[in-house]
Ligand binder design. Structure first.
Ligand SMILES: NC(=O)c1ccc[n+]([C@@H]2O[C@H](COP(=O)([O-])OP(=O)(O)OC[C@H]3O[C@@H](n4cnc5c(N)ncnc54)[C@H](OP(=O)(O)O)[C@@H]3O)[C@@H](O)[C@H]2O)c1
Length: 292
């Protein structure tokens, strides 16, 4: 099957591309930077795709029977931009869609991802929604990793726990969803095998990498102030304050059997993930030393 994966240079998109290539699919990876050498996992064809540039949609979709949709994170207009892309995909003959949604989206139908779910559910011949919790990769290569170059994590998450999931497990579920009609019409909440607070997460990273990072719990007001001080727009800062306040209240502590049930194997633990990714944090510890 020819599959187009959007967001293919990002945390979850690149994991999905790697998994589908390994399974023998013909994979196209779409992103604004997909044509740059080394941005995509080996074995995939890079297709320039920019949801702000509709002229890129047709060429990216050429021949795709299935589309894995990864919305640009934090873009509150992503649904408006991606719906014409979905329409074009349907018109061009794509039949199967996997949307990377988010845990709890069923309580936020007016959110970007909620609207994309509703649009696909009403029109796509086959669709599966994956609703993962926080990615482990946020802390190694993703948005939150840079905090380690400044000594560690600082959130208003208190001692709230998170069932962190590896994007490799999300990719395994995405591959299963494409492979079997049994997953069509389903929405799967996805977590890792255990819930950890951020003290435990940083301790696992320090054990694996030999580092001395810390987690500092902040009040909501401190968190807001620190995010705004980085130059972050107020709307985004408020999003993160609310996100981690929800963690503090225990909203992300669920641990679910979905990954095991769909893939037949236990999801990756944070300890395993930390061991495999120690080099990222060792590099950031060196960056901190160099800046001191
Ligand atoms: N991170 C989490 O913990 C988490 C949890 C639940 C759900 N999610 C959802 O998962 C999705 C992906 O998250 P992620 O952490 O993998 O994000 P990420 O690592 O930041 O990757 C985002 C991807 O989107 C692409 N992109 C950005 N703007 C684009 C545009 N205008 N047109 C086309 N492509 C664009 C980027 O590629 P280029 O820059 O090369 O264009 C990149 O490949 C998001 O929708 C997020 O809401 C994330």
């Amino acid at each position: 099957m020819k599959v187009l994966v959007t967001g293919a240079t990002g945390s979850v998109g690149s994991a999905i591309v790697s998994k589908l290539v390994a399974e023998g699919h013909k994979v196209c990876g779409g992103s604004r930077h997909a044509a740059q050498p080394g941005r995509l996992p080996a074995g995939a064809e890079g297709m320039v795709l920019d949801f702000d540039q509709p002229a890129t949609f047709g060429p990216a979709l050429a021949g795709a029977e299935a589309v894995v949709l990864v919305a640009p994170p934090g873009d509150t207009q992503a649904d408006v931009k991606m719906i014409p892309f979905i329409d074009l995909a349907l018109g061009a003959g794509a039949t199967t869609f996997v949307l990377i949604s988010a845990m709890g989206i069923e309580f936020a139908p007016d959110s970007t991802l909620g609207k994309l779910e509703a649009y696909l559910a009403a029109r796509a011949p086959r669709y599966t929604f994956l609703r993962p919790t926080f990615f482990m990769q946020n802390l190694s290569t993703g948005f939150f990793a840079q905090a380690f170059a400044y000594g560690g994590l600082r959130y208003n998450a208190a001692e709230g726990k998170v069932g962190f999931i590896s994007t490799d497990d999300i990719a395994a579920v995405a591959a299963a969803a494409l492979a079997s009609p049994a997953h069509h019409g389903q929405a799967y909440p996805l977590t890792g095998p255990e819930a950890l607070d951020h003290h435990q997460v940083v301790a696992a990273i320090n054990r694996a990498a030999g580092t001395r990072f810390t987690y500092t719990p902040l009040s909501d007001a401190q968190m807001r102030q620190e995010m705004l001080a980085t130059g972050m727009p107020a709307e985004s800062a408020e999003f993160f304050v609310n996100l981690f306040a929800g963690v503090a209240q225990g909203h992300s502590a669920a641990v679910l059997p979905t990954v095991q049930a769909i893939t037949g194997r236990a999801p990756i633990s944070f300890e395993q993930f930390a061991q495999a990714n120690a080099h990222h944090w060792q590099r950031m510890a060196l960056a901190k030393q160099a800046a001191a």
